[in-house]
Ligand binder design. Structure first.
Ligand code: CP
Ligand code: NVA
Length: 305
C-alpha cells in the first residue's frame, strides 16, 4: 500500500473497490447515527492554497465523524507564504499531525511535500489532478450501476485536472471514456499516453453530439479552472458548443446520468434545466465525497482497509 494519494494510480483496482465497500459501510453507519471512531486521537491538517467548499467540508466533517481532529490552515497564514520551504514545512507537519491534505497549484509542489513528509499526503486538487473527486464519482456510479466495467462516460469541456483523474480512474476500473474538448484544450498528452498504455477504452471525440451518442454518463466541469480566471472571457466563447443542455442529453441513453464535480457555472457549461432535471446526480456526487474520503482516511491514517 502506498503512503500517499497523489493520483489515482497510487491505488490498485482492488484497493479502489475496497474503498467503495468501506464507504458504503461508513455511509450506512452515518445514516443509522451510529458512533464509529476509528481515528480517535488522530489529526489531519488541511492546507488550502485555492478556495474550496466541498473538499474542505467533506474532509473536515469526515475527520470529526471518525473521531479525529481536522486543522484547516490557509497557506497565506503560514510561514510558507514568507519563504519557508515546502520541504521544511513537510518535515514540521510530519512531527505534529498524522496526515496532510493539500490543495495547491503545480502538482510538483505536492510531490515535493510527499517526498519529504513521513506522514500520508492527500491530493485535495492540483492544477493537474483531483483524485478524491474522481474516486467519489466512480463510487457514485458504482452505487448506481453496480458494475462499472464497460460503462460509457462522455466528458465534455476543458481537458483539466478533473478530466485527467476521470481518465486514470476509467483506465483502472474498465470504464469506457470519451473526452470531448476544443482542440487547444485537450487533456495532457502524457495522460492520454498513460491511459492508452494501460489499455483503457479511451477516445478523443471533437463533436459534442457524437461524444454524447449512446452514453450512460455525461460529465462536465467548469470551463475556467481556479488560477486561470484571466482567460475567462476567451474560454466562455470557445467552450460554448460544449455546453451540457437538453439537446445534448437527447443524444445519450434515455436514463443517462449527468455529473458535475461542482461548483457549476449555471448557464455556461451546464443549463439549469439539466442540472436540476431528473437525470442529474450532482448533489449525490457531492455527498459521496464525504463517504469515500472517510474510507480513504481510515485506510491511510489507520492502515485499515
Ligand atoms: N468539487 C470540489 O472539489 O469542490 P470544492 O472546490 O468546493 O472543494
Ligand atoms: N477544474 C476545477 C475543479 C474545481 C473543483 C478547478 O480546478 O477549478
Amino acid at each position: 500500500m502506498k503512503k500517499d494519494l497523489l493520483t489515482i494510480l497510487d491505488l490498485e483496482k482492488e484497493e479502489i473497490m475496497a474503498l467503495f465497500r468501506q464507504a458504503n459501510h461508513l455511509r450506512k453507519l452515518m445514516r443509522e447515527e451510529e458512533t464509529h471512531r476509528p481515528l480517535r486521537g488522530k489529526t489531519l491538517a488541511l492546507i488550502f492554497e485555492k478556495p474550496s467548499t466541498r473538499t474542505r467540508l467533506s474532509f473536515e466533517v469526515g475527520m470529526y465523524q471518525l473521531g479525529g481532529y481536522p486543522l484547516v490552515i490557509s497557506s497565506n497564514q503560514m510561514q510558507l507564504s514568507r519563504g519557508e520551504t515546502l520541504e521544511d514545512t513537510a518535515r514540521i507537519f510530519s512531527r505534529y499531525v498524522d496526515g496532510l491534505m493539500i490543495r495547491t497549484f503545480q502538482h510538483s509542489r505536492l510531490e515535493k511535500i510527499a517526498r519529504t513528509a513521513s506522514i500520508p499526503i492527500i491530493n485535495g486538487l492540483t492544477d493537474s489532478f483531483h483524485p478524491c473527486q474522481a474516486l467519489s464519482d466512480y463510487y457514485t456510479l458504482w452505487r448506481r450501476k453496480k458494475n462499472l466495467s464497460g460503462l460509457k462516460l462522455a466528458y465534455l469541456g476543458d481537458g483539466n485536472n478533473v478530466s485527467h483523474s476521470l481518465m486514470l480512474g476509467a483506465a483502472r476500473l474498465g470504464v469506457e471514456i470519451r473526452i470531448c474538448t476544443p482542440p487547444e484544450y485537450e487533456p495532457a498528452e502524457k495522460i492520454q499516453e498513460t491511459v492508452r498504455e494501460m489499455g483503457a477504452s479511451f477516445s478523443l471525440i471533437r463533436d459534442p453530439a457524437e461524444a454524447a451518442t449512446g452514453v450512460d454518463v455525461i460529465y462536465t466541469d467548469v470551463w475556467t479552472s481556479m488560477g486561470k480566471e484571466q482567460e475567462l472571457p476567451l474560454r466562455a466563447q470557445i467552450f460554448r458548443p460544449y455546453q451540457v443542455n437538453s439537446s445534448l442529453l437527447s443524444r445519450a441513453r434515455e436514463n443517462v446520468l449527468v455529473m458535475h464535480c461542482l461548483p457549476a457555472h449555471r448557464g455556461q457549461e451546464i443549463t439549469d434545466e439539466v442540472m436540476d432535471g431528473p437525470n442529474s446526480i450532482v448533489f449525490e456526487q457531492a455527498e459521496n465525497r464525504l463517504h469515500l474520503q472517510k474510507a480513504l482516511l481510515v485506510k491511510l491514517l489507520s492502515h485499515q482497509e
